[in-house]
Design a protein around this ligand. Sequence first.
Ligand code: DP6
Length: 326
Amino acid sequence: MKATALAHPNIALVKYWGKRDDALILPHQSSLSLTLSPLSVTTTVEFGAASDQVELNGHTAKGSERDRVLRLLETVRAQAKADLGPAKVVSRGDFPMAAGLASSAAGFAALAVAGRAAAGLPSEPRAASILARLGSGSACRSVQGGFCEWQRGERPDGEDSFAVQRFDAAHWPDLRMVVAIIDRGEKEVKSRDGMKHTVDTSPYYPAWVKDAEAEVVQVREHIAKRDLQALGELCERNAWRMHATSFAANPPLSYMSPGTLALIQHLKEQRKKGIPVWFTLDAGPNPVLLTDAAHEVAAEALARACGAVEVIRCVPGGDAELKAEH
Ligand code: DP6
């Protein structure tokens, strides 16, 4: 009746941006991401509590945050076909929340894995990915480690919309992701609201969807060959295009801060000097730099020189995992 799971956040190399079904969280396009270690979220689910309780990072969750957790557990109860009773959920992350680092992805992936285990359901990455998706779209890509592709699927019920692992974390041990925290604050417009506004009002949105599927295929090839330059160039272009859809929304939406632009413009100069470093950027001001092991220290130094208040050096992360209960 009680289980604890740990999951890593993921950074999308080809982004998910926009839903075709808001309730089931079904995307307009496929996406592909990489999990980030050592960052993680650990979540415990215990059924049979006196009442539903949700604690996130030491605070009692309220409103839509709480609703999303409870909705996911409602699906677990239905799948277990058992009267499991109310649930106590305690979740804790080890990195800045809501700073555009997709902490919710790791949180919902850990919740899905722990929730299924606490309900006595078998460990099944596909079922856990679909469940995690109901909490937050990008969470479906944090159930397994390494490089995961969220296939958009076609079915209206979402049963074919889940992430599959394309390459595990050991495929490219030399790859490094350097998270540059430009701003620790909570972003003004959450991804969920920003993408909806973009889908509803940006004339560039259809072009984004059209390009994305081909980019997923290309990115897979670059990863297969461990071609950092090709991967970096594609990731930058994909991030620019995602942000361009939001710039063109009405009213326009920008997640970049002056510090973000200063850093990402600076990367061009670094590449001219022979330092292999590219960026990607989710819906927030904090870029993630892509480089290799030989250049991660240089990448950290340039992020700090451009005003990053905190820098986290990451390697490809593994699968979400259950922890032993004591
Ligand atoms: C820009 O998964 O946080 O990080 O499905 O509404 O919960 P919801 O949104 P979320 O959006 C992530 C958007 C992104 C790109 C990505 O991770 O693919």
